[in-house]
Design a protein around this ligand. Structure first.
Ligand code: ADP
Ligand code: MG
Ligand code: MG
Length: 898
């Protein structure tokens, strides 16, 4: 087996597509060599060395030593220097590089090979002692930190690491000697500092800094391999789902120096602007510096060129004006790299005494709007084809475009109040209120409000809707507040533990700071940050964005899945159509009963003990419901609208305090104690598995009758007005076909009656929501009657796993931590379990009814991975909240291309 791959002088053993073996950095260093781009020569120890190292109890394969020595000789031949030589020493960098970039997670050591033997030679050769000692102190700092401390497994207390100690010594030295920048230190200053550093290493770590070039090289190599299993790398791997077996490669490379004087420099750049996507070369550079100085922010870096100067950087020198020839060469390389990789690159370069060297290239990270612009621009520039463009944008990145965001400049100078979990996207500002009713009342007066709650519950929904944003002290990413807010695309921060809320006093405190009702706060839902006062927001209007429109047009041409939305008001429906929805996949009807004017009738209905009273009460709701449905059916302009009959447990309608009980008793004309008694008798131990769904319509057929009448009368009246309508009536929570047959019969009878009454033929469908395992198992029986299935995967996940969605928060973090679950099954569909039931139901259903229309509603309908699954098992559509419709459109297109 070959363990070490050479590169240099226009030749390389490896190439770009060998990332698995050479890591991203190593593969691209090889590739740049093959492109004849100037890269300091070096070699890559493969990821297999890393795997072997861990397999063999942290020892290296026997052949490794020889292979390294051979490669080192090639490098020495190219450079005409020798590692460890006292007259003409070669210096090396030892760099980590995994398959997938893990920014800042692993280690690099620069200037390896400086010892008491080689230092005098290098001084003579460069005639620049200050540079040599500057390089030496950098080697000592990095080596002590990376090799002698971290790789040795020493875990100092926060702020007490060897690197911090050395940094502290350096700043003390600068203070005492009235020096401001590192560049102000002379040769003798560095010699003095180096002495202090070495003493500190001896005291703190108990051993000397090694004065042997080979010891430094192998110490560096081993430290990089060890950093693969450092605490930071492990936790990063977990978040990014990077398997442990991948291992990292190590790149050993000739040092080039950006810190030899004013004719030297270093910089990082993006071939296009990663924040806007603009096709402009964009970057930062520093004269007389080594690579890490740009990133570390010790000195303010300069802009790369004139074109990208801003107000803040307009007086700083650009590389374009300071070193025009080098800039042109770099610009040329930029163009070639982008063409070669057909994607935006993130590059590192160093200029040593007027010669340009490239140190790294990789696909650059970008934000959402930049990703879209680059994909569309590159397609129009003939760099990539349409399908590649579609695959270039992560659907979740579209979220950024669909919500107003905080203005980054004003955010920088803002006063942070507190931090929590980033639960809902975008930014928002408003005046603080502490109850849902206040939120609604203030909003009616035309105020923008932010609703602050300990945590939210379904009773807060009207206030949440009225608020610009929601802020809670408790709860996690799947808490009620988070789910509701994300569904609406509303800014939301949850779990701000520092918040001390007093609803009585209408105020909240964070430490000494008090925020009272009516005070302004601004929130960044993407970062989970809450600021005092009002900050500027940049509004979202994706229709203004031509590239977005273009990309979505391509997505629509490509996808076969239809995209619907979950909406229950004409406003939501219109928003969703604007975002491209082709129908409503789930219109819940329960909120229509919670309205103040109607809830009384509902409660009367539940508490009546005679069928006649019950009927009177429920039929009182018919005119209201009819208006609701007219609004929605009209807004959807003939697109299909799936309306679900009443679903929630009855107890949700009759959770009442004493005053409300008295009022209700008065209204019905019975004693309050009887009302209480009836409420008690309806109490359920487990309402989610209790009297809900079609079980309501079976016990109270008049509810189904009233709802069917409302839907179909609305349809009939609209049809007569010349409006096109397409209602689909959905019976919830069916587990046995007999339940379905019972309810369907009521609906069909109502329809026949209405057709006669209005003398027309109604176009409508009846179907069911599949959300119980038994419904999946008997889907063939149900499909003989139903015209459509819609998978309610929230309840189906609850009932398949036996996890209550409202209580999973208590153990989910543990499950994720210990890899018992790969993710939250309520966010991304559990393909192996719940998915198997869904696939089975699709097959059973279609086998008996080939025209069965099948879709999915619920959270999963807007989740890219779940959408791939839905496409693969042949669903007709997915339905998701309005703000996820564009995400679903793109995901559905990507699912076709995979
Ligand atoms: P990271 O992956 O954290 O960016 P790198 O291995 O790229 O780590 O190195 C860190 C810094 O050191 C970068 O700025 C890089 O340009 C610089 N560097 C690495 N190798 C060399 C080298 N051979 N000559 C000059 N600078 C180098
Ligand atoms: Mg780098
Ligand atoms: Mg349900």
């Amino acid at each position: 087996m070959k363990y070490v791959y050479n590169f240099g002088d226009g030749k390389a053993d490896g190439k770009a597509d060998m990332k698995n073996l050479l890591g991203g950095k190593g593969a691209n260093l090889a590739e740049m060599n093959l492109l004849d781009i100037p890269v300091p020569p070096g070699f890559t120890l493969t990821t297999e060395v890393c795997t072997e190292y861990y397999k063999n109890n942290k020892s290296f394969p026997n052949e490794l030593d020889n292979e390294v020595r051979d490669c080192l000789s090639s490098v020495e031949a190219i450079m005409n220097t020798k590692f460890g030589d006292e007259n003409n020493p070669l210096l090396l960098s030892v760099r980590s590089g995994a398959r997938q970039s893990m920014p800042g997670m692993m280690e690099t050591v620069l200037n390896v090979g400086l010892t008491s033997k080689t230092i005098p030679g290098l001084i003579k050769k460069t005639n620049n002692p200050r540079f040599v000692y500057d390089a030496y102190r950098r080697l000592i700092t990095m080596y002590a930190d990376v090799v002698m401390e971290k790789a040795a497994g020493i875990e100092p207390k926060e702020g007490n690491g060897i690197r911090q100690k050395m940094e502290h010594h350096l700043s003390t030295y600068k203070n005492e000697n009235n020096l401001i920048n590192d560049t102000d230190l002379s040769e003798n200053d560095w010699i003095a500092v180096i002495d202090i550093f070495k003493n500190e290493i001896k005291t703190t770590l108990g051993s000397d800094f090694p004065d042997d070039h080979n010891a430094q090289l192998w110490g560096g190599i081993e430290a990089v391999f060890k950093s693969w299993n450092g605490a930071r790398a492990i936790s990063y791997r977990k978040i990014e789902n990077i398997p442990e077996e991948w291992g990292t490669a190590v790149n050993v490379q000739t040092m080039v120096f950006g810190n030899t004087g004013e004719n030297s420099a270093t910089g990082v750049a993006f071939t296009r602007n990663p924040a806007t996507g603009e096709n402009k070369f964009f970057g930062e550079w520093l004269t007389n510096a080594q690579g890490e100085d740009v990133v570390a922010g010790l000195r303010t870096p300069n802009p790369l060129n004139e074109d990208t100067k801003t107000n803040e950087t307009k007086n700083l020198p650009s590389l374009e004006e300071s070193m025009p020839d080098i800039y042109n060469e770099l610009y040329n390389i930029r163009t070639r790299l982008e063409k070669h990789y057909s994607d935006m690159q993130d590059i590192e370069f160093t200029i040593e005494d007027g010669k340009l060297w490239m140190l790294q290239t990789r696909v650059g990270k970008r934000n959402g709007s930049a990703a879209i612009k680059m994909a569309v621009d590159m397609m129009n520039e003939n760099m990539i084809d349409k399908n590649t463009a579609l695959m270039r944008v992560n659907p979740n990145q579209l979220d950024e475009l669909l919500h107003p965001a905080l203005d980054t400049d004003s955010e920088q100078s803002a006063i942070l109040l507190t931090k929590g979990l980033p639960a809902g996207p975008g930014g928002a500002k408003g005046r603080v209120v502490f109850t849902a009713d206040d939120a609604e009342a203030w909003n009616k007066k035309g105020e923008q409000v932010i609703l602050v709650r300990e945590e939210t519950s379904p009773e807060d929904v009207h206030g949440m809707h009225a608020a610009e944003a929601i802020l809670t002290a408790r709860g996690g990413m799947t808490s009620h507040a988070a789910l509701v807010a994300r569904g609406w695309g509303k800014c939301c921060v949850v779990g701000c533990n520092e918040l001390n809320i007093s609803v009585d006093k209408k105020e909240m405190k964070v430490g000494e700071v008090t925020v009272k009702e009516g005070d302004w706060v601004t929130m960044n839902g993407a970062l989970g940050k809450v600021y005092l006062g009002q900050l500027d927001l940049t509004p979202a209007d994706p229709d203004e964005n031509q590239e977005y429109k273009e990309l979505m047009r391509w997505a629509d041409e490509t996808r076969k899945l239809k995209i619907r939305t979950n909406a229950e008001s004409p406003d939501d429906a219109k928003q969703a159509i604007k975002f491209g929805a082709e129908g409503i996949g789930l219109c819940r009807t329960e909120h229509m009963f919670f309205d103040e004017k109607r809830i009384l009738a509902m409660r009367k209905m539940i508490l009546s003990d005679s069928e006649g009273d019950r009927r009177d009460a429920v039929m009182g709701l018919l005119p209201f419901q009819k208006e609701d449905f007219k609004g929605i059916l009209k807004a959807m302009e003939g697109k299909p609208v799936t309306i679900r009959l009443l679903d929630p447990p009855l107890h949700e309608f009759i959770t009442l305090d004493d005053d409300q009980i008295n009022e209700l008793a008065n209204n019905i004309g019975i004693d309050a104690s009887i009302v209480s008694q009836r409420i008690n008798s309806l109490h359920e131990l487990n309402p989610m598995l209790g009297h809900r769904g079609c079980r309501l319509g079976i016990a109270y057929p008049e509810i189904t009758e009233m709802q069917a009448s409302a839907i179909l009368e609305a349809s009939a009246e609209l049809t007569n007005e010349g409006v096109n309508v397409n209602p689909e009536i959905m019976i919830p929570l069916v587990g046995a076909v007999a339940e379905y047959i019972d309810q369907e019969k009521i609906i069909r009878e109502v329809a026949t009656k209405i057709e006669k009454q209005y003398s027309l033929t109604l176009k409508y469908m009846v179907g069911t929501m599949i959300e119980l395992p038994r419904a999946c198992l008997t889907a063939d029986e149900i499909a003989e009657h139903a015209e459509f299935f819609s998978f309610g995967t929230n309840d189906l996940t609850q009932t398949t796993y036996g996890f209550s969605r409202d209580d999973i928060g208590s153990f989910l973090p543990d499950y994720l931590d210990r890899n018992i679950l790969p993710g939250d099954p309520f966010q991304s569909l559990d393909v192996n379990g719940v998915g198997k039931l869904v696939a089975m139901a699709v097959k059973l259903g279609r086998d008996v009814n080939s025209t069965l229309k099948i879709g999915i509603c619920g959270e999963h309908g807007g989740d890219p991975e779940s959408i791939h699954f839905c496409k693969n098992i042949g669903l007709d559509y997915v339905s998701c909240s309005p703000y996820r419709v564009p995400i679903a459109r793109l995901s559905a297109a990507q699912a076709e291309l995979d």
